[in-house]
Design a protein around this ligand. Structure first.
Ligand code: SF4
Length: 365
């Protein structure tokens, strides 16, 4: 265990199940002993979650990459006239899912899209409703706090009214993206045209009030300070104390390729990725699930992250596009057999689940 006195104090707190402070979080980011950090996070993961690792057999549906927001870290969003810009009509979206549903184990959809310059809220709603009508047994997770804020703005409805309509159309959980770093300084610099930190949090708070579970993320490794990473985690921890509605936390390392920001910012190291996942597990004592998103981390790093506090490895995806536009080197999909193998090799028990962590089947031996 750790030799320095200041880390011994933190270690004692972890073993006693005591909450870590902001100062502890900042110290953890300065910690040079990655093995110790991993051990601490793995200890907490074992206490909270046991040996189950969750995954989804799912299909990502990105309805359009046309987006008005122009976030500096994004390689997916396009103007309407740009090469590669697309917008799915109802039939396109259905065709994608019909193809994915050739897999008899397909359990659900993850629907996330750009903020299209011409679409109304009804356009998004119509596509969601059509997917739900044709595939009523597939769970529907989708739309980030950024999209839902946008829908409220373009429709003149309140966030609550938007969420109720999405819920009526079949939505069962809110996607975790768009949180980036919940700091006005960072957002004003990187993504001033979309939901503010307060608006993103308000969507989650309102969803929780309506009984809709949400997910939360952190995009790190760009212009944020380590203190801002800690503050982001504490903001989510406070919200979770208040509502209890966040199911998973996902760390997204910034992928620089083909982005404006990538001209000046380099990609994070594996060391930083593992450290950030471990510290997230330690600081977020009230969020049960910590996800190692294999698309951004790469499969080998996501597998190692299962020993650094993660208990969720995301899903099969069918065909990922958003992050591959930013140069993700991982495959665009994984087979279920492959995911099961990755989890088993890490010594854990694979469990297929729906978007609300109800277990569909496990593979204990
Ligand atoms: S991150 Fe989302 S909101 Fe920002 S430009 Fe990309 S698609 Fe649009």
């Amino acid at each position: 265990m750790y030799s320095s006195e200041e880390y011994k104090e933190i270690e004692k707190k972890i073993f006693a199940g005591e909450r870590l402070s902001r100062e502890d979080g900042i110290k953890l980011f300065a910690c040079k002993d990655i093995a110790w950090l991993g051990n601490m996070a793995d200890y907490v993961r074992q206490q909270k979650c046991g040996d189950i690792v969750y995954y989804n057999v799912n299909c990502h549906v990105n309805l359009t990459n046309i987006c008005t927001s122009k976030c500096k870290f994004c390689a997916f969003g396009r103007d309407k006239d740009d090469k590669g810009a697309y917008a799915m009509d109802v039939e396109d979206a259905l065709a994608l899912v019909r193809d994915a549903s050739k897999d008899p184990n397909l359990a659900g959809l993850h629907v996330v899209s750009g903020l299209h310059s011409d679409w109304s809220f009804e356009d998004y709603l119509q596509r969601l409703q059509a997917l739900h009508d044709e595939f009523p047994n597939l769970y529907l997770k989708g739309f980030t706090g950024v999209e839902i804020t946008h829908f409220a703005k373009i429709s003149g409805l309140s966030v609550e009214q938007v969420l109720r309509k999405l819920q009526q159309a079949g939505l069962q959980a809110i996607a975790g993206g768009g949180a980036e770093i919940l700091s006005d300084r960072v957002r004003n610099e990187l993504c001033p045209n979309k939901a503010t930190a307060a608006q993103w949090l308000e969507v989650s708070r309102t969803a929780h009030k309506l009984g809709i579970k949400t997910n939360a993320s952190m995009l790190y490794g760009h212009i944020e300070t380590l203190e801002e990473r800690v503050d982001h985690l504490l903001t989510l921890r406070d919200l979770q104390d208040e509502t209890g509605g966040i199911q998973t936390f996902i760390c997204f390392p910034f992928l620089p390729k083909h982005t404006e920001l990538g001209k000046t910012v380099q990609q994070t190291s594996m060391w930083d990725d593992l450290r950030t996942i471990a510290i997230s597990r330690l600081m977020l004592d009230n969020i049960t699930n910590i996800k190692a998103y294999w698309v951004m981390l790469t499969v080998p790093v996501a597998q190692i992250a299962l020993g650094f506090g993660a208990n969720d490895i995301d899903g099969t995806i069918h065909k990922e596009t958003i992050l591959h536009d930013a140069g993700a080197s991982s495959p665009t999909a994984l087979s279920e057999d492959n995911i099961i193998k990755i989890i088993r090799e890490a010594g854990r028990i694979p469990a297929a689940c729906d978007c609300n962590f109800n277990i569909l089947r496990t593979f204990a031996d």
